[in-house]
Design a protein around this ligand. Sequence first.
Ligand SMILES: Nc1nc2c(ncn2[C@@H]2O[C@H](COP(=O)(O)OP(=O)(O)OP(=O)(O)O)[C@@H](O)[C@H]2O)c(=O)[nH]1
Ligand SMILES: [Mg+2]
Length: 415
Amino acid sequence: MEKRVIIVQRKERFEKNLLGELKELAEAAGYSVVMSVLQTRGYSSTYNIGRGKVLELKKLIKEYNVDKVIFFNELKPGQEYNLQKELGVEVIDRFELILEIFASRAGSREAKLQIELARLKRELSMIREYIHLVKTGELPGFMGGGRYAIDAYYRHVTKRIALIEKRLEKIRRIKSHRWERRNYTGLYSVSLTGYTGAGKTTLFNVFTRLNEFSDGRPFATLSPKVRRIKIKGRPLLLSDTIGFIDSLPRLLLDAFYTTLGELLYSDVILLVVDISEKIGEVKRKLEASFEILSKLSISFNNVILVANKIDLINLEDMKEKLRFLKEYGVDVVAVSAKKNVGLDLLEDKIISKLPRYNRYKLIIPRNSSFLEKIVSNCYVKDINVLNGKIVLEIEGKRDWIEKFARKNRIVLFSR
Ligand SMILES: Nc1nc2c(ncn2[C@@H]2O[C@H](COP(=O)(O)OP(=O)(O)OP(=O)(O)O)[C@@H](O)[C@H]2O)c(=O)[nH]1
Ligand SMILES: [Mg+2]
């Protein structure tokens, strides 16, 4: 049975209400949200929220038979302890919630290690704070050998962190080699990115006709998926990446950004936006996405805004939102990934954005394995047989084509 939870956010007057997002996250983790509680201001260092709100929560927990309380705000260990003691149920914060989701979705070894690392780092800061609180008498002290046990645990966690960091370092070295190699082939690379739930995986599936995991919940995709596809005859690599969310906890940023490393090696980035939502939501998610791309130093020239889910809104609404999106000065294409609308235009746009787009004519011997290599790495515009030789007109990445020709002593004619 699903665990019943209450979600809580304490915010300053100028801060956003993000309980809607917290609810989606909680549901993604398999909880059933029975109540949302918002408190404006009223901070107390004991509970994070004010004492009055704590008593109110206590009542609600009884009334609605609640198993757990999830806070949007990051809780200090003392606060978590005090809340649990007062409320009599488990209390976690958004950080722990996201970790739960990450952990349940993590596929690759790297993702798993990153999650464990984030968990351990958080634990370390908790232990430090805990020791501090005991010393200052704000929490009950350690009994008997408690102090020794805590020290030993602290050392264990520190060691484990160092070990995981070493392993991650190794994985990353291998991975960057792989990226370099991929950059070397004639294949262009296109990445899907954007807010969680925007429709990246759906679009990925339409393009690849494969069935990747997509269950309509946040973070359905954790580690990047890559497929080789052809768009209008041009071979390229398409990657699906993890979804964005607003204000990701600081300790999770590393885990998050490394899974996005793929984007740095993309020729074109498809930033998918769900435009069926209210314009305020569209704006919030879009700006959060832009911020993440900026942090990765991605050039917006390579970005295409894919305005998705147009099947859910009427024409007027769509036009207004497209006008709004265009103000950001990035190319926009409206589609419905689900209903297969607008994809032809999107494909044209992708092709128009592929850089280092070069045309060559070349002549190769018949029956050679060269042909197979060329077909799978370039766009073949024309093919003829002349005097027992194959004459090709191709388009593709200059680096790959020139290297291939040099290596195999094939003469190229630029066009
Ligand atoms: N109506 C409609 N629904 C869509 C469309 N595209 C995607 N969806 C739905 O939106 C939900 C989220 O789609 P996903 O493809 O999983 O989204 P995502 O961007 O990959 O999400 P994460 O992997 O969590 O970041 C699913 O329920 C899809 O069926 C569309 O064009 N129209
Ligand atoms: Mg996905």
